[in-house]
Design a protein around this ligand. Structure first.
Ligand code: NAP
Length: 315
């Protein structure tokens, strides 16, 4: 059996470990309850990530309205490791021309304190512009030397194929499509997106791979999440998750691994790149424990089967 420590994944022109760290919570108050006083803990989490060899950080201009990028910039200046940075352009309704992409990227670079990023992604399919305009903007960003590779996010199969084709005409490979993918969100399999990613050589970056914390097993009907997640994930949904979490616990015990580590390893077994968010050193180190071992084929199939019976939360 292969060992997931030895697995690398192609992202643009680079081979990297099959996990990154998501930084939406680093600066976001509304969903994740960020406070300025949390910065020391977040900095320690960043350092724990690079210590664990998890050197890809995913951010976005939107996260904390730029705060996540600013924090990453500060942390990078205080850490000798030069990590890979992926950030995102948000196609706001007035951003209809391709020039908006390069302009926004320059703003991200200023906040990050970098001359270029490793991956620049369109955060969401545009509503007032076109897929082709966004792709031209990405290609311009590569040609201006502001990003080493480009990706998309929340694109369906057709939108991804069109972007792939347009970039290819300009000699650029579409590196990634970042979508929600976990044992609670199997849409990339049923829609054919994961298969299309494999066919085109596009890395599927799995966001919310811990189901926003649900797949750690820490929330139960008796101990529901607080804040917005408490409104999204109601008691009856938490009850219906318990058989899946029980199976994950049993499988994890056989490998001396936790429920969260099983959840992340499952996404790696599917050939995707999970980017779990972490708010503390403890969470980061637990998530890093998803590397260095692998679920058996039988265990993956058992998890596939039981997760297919769990309904999607409505939020
Ligand atoms: N492209 C997009 O549209 C999009 C959308 C969503 C996310 N993303 C990206 O994907 C990343 C990850 O997704 P996500 O943050 O939504 O969800 P996630 O990775 O599924 O869950 C992260 C949250 O779960 C909790 N957690 C993490 N590790 C834990 C552990 N070991 N034990 C217990 N709790 C743990 C933490 O919150 P608590 O401690 O508060 O429970 C953490 O913030 C984001 O940071 C962002 O970079 C992208």
């Amino acid at each position: 059996m292969s060992d997931s420590n030895t697995i690398t994944i192609q992202l643009g022109t680079r081979q990297i470990a099959p996990m990154g760290t998501g930084t939406w919570a680093w600066g976001d108050f509304f969903v994740w309850g960020y406070r300025w006083g949390n910065d020391a803990e977040i900095k320690a989490t960043f350092d724990a990530s690079t210590d664990a060899g998890i050197n890809l950080f995913d951010t976005a201009e939107l996260y904390g309205f730029g705060r996540s990028e600013q924090l990453l910039g500060q942390f990078m200046r205080q850490n000798p490791v030069k990590p890979l940075i992926a950030t995102k352009f948000f196609p706001l309704p007035w951003r209809i021309r391709k020039q908006a992409v390069v302009r926004a990227l320059r703003g991200s670079l200023r906040r990050l304190g970098l001359a270029s990023v490793d991956l620049y992604q369109i955060h969401w399919p545009p509503s007032t512009s076109t897929i082709e305009t966004m792709a031209e903007g990405l290609a311009d960003a590569v040609e201006a030397g502001l990003t080493r590779s480009v990706g998309v996010s929340n694109y369906n199969v057709d939108q991804m194929r069109r972007t792939h084709e347009l970039l290819a005409k300009r000699g650029i490979q579409l590196a990634s499509n970042q979508v929600e993918y976990s044992l609670l969100e199997r849409m990339p399999e049923s829609s054919g997106l994961l298969a299309a990613c494999r066919e085109l050589g596009v890395t599927l970056i799995a966001y919310s791979p811990l189901g926003m914390g649900l797949l750690t097993g820490k929330f139960t009907p008796e101990n529901p999440p607080k804040g917005l997640r408490g409104r999204w994930f109601k008691t009856d949904y938490l009850e219906r998750l318990q058989p899946l979490l029980g199976k994950m616990r049993d499988i994890g015990t056989a490998h001396a691994k936790t429920v969260a580590q099983v959840a992340l390893n499952w996404t790696i077994c599917k050939g995707t790149l999970p980017i779990p968010g972490a708010k503390s050193v403890r969470q980061l180190q637990e998530n890093a424990g998803a590397l260095g071992w692998q679920l058996t084929t039988e265990e993956v199939v058992a998890l596939d089967t039981i997760s297919a019976a769990v309904p999607k939360p409505q939020h």
